[in-house]
Ligand binder design. Sequence first.
Ligand code: 6GU
Length: 235
Amino acid sequence: MSKPRFDVITIFPDYLAPLSLSLVGKAQENELIDINVHDLRDFATGVHKSVDDTPYGGGAGMVMAPEPWASAIDSVAEKVDQPHELIILTPAGKKFDQATAYELASKEHLIFACGRYEGIDFRVTEHYRTQSTFTVREISIGDYVLNGGEVAALVILEAIIRLIPGVIGNPASLEEESHSIRNGSDQQLVEYPSYTKPQEWRGLEVPAVLLSGNHGEIARWRTQQSEIRTKKLQE
Ligand code: 6GU
């Protein structure tokens, strides 16, 4: 198995600069993953290198034209002899979650299409859904509107890449996380509160049970706290 490849297509490649930082940056340096960012405008034709046009049917804003997208997507697909997951970022997509992160972390080639304006001509989704070497997903990161898919691509890439074997130094932390997630969709627990030194800070004490050395009691307390926090979020 070769290393997973991620291609991001955008009209603002600089927006993806944080991918060279921190854990994701290190994963690239260590050649655990391969990330490539592409400027959609390089695939536009015509003197103005235009990538958008007015919407059929009328309405405000502009729609991204299909051909520059297809040129860009075909060009990155050509480089990989594996099935391609085409991820179209749109607030109209399916909400991204940890289960999707796990699923995508096992794929060899992900292509992120960062839409701007009023989105990408829907025929791009329709076309690639007919291509046997592609799986197309429309994904949103939450119920709010961003100016484009770039920040969403960063979010999703970070969530996926940290799950790839070797990327995180201490896999025990992933192991702990996965327990709370595997509890099932109706009982997904959030993390318990964490404390470090000093034992007393601005008049606040670390809960005594965490200093007890009783691992059974500590585990029970943490589960309890996770349940309390999870319940509070549902109010
Ligand atoms: Cl993926 N794109 C945009 N433009 N807005 C969003 C989003 C994506 N996810 C949530 N809001």
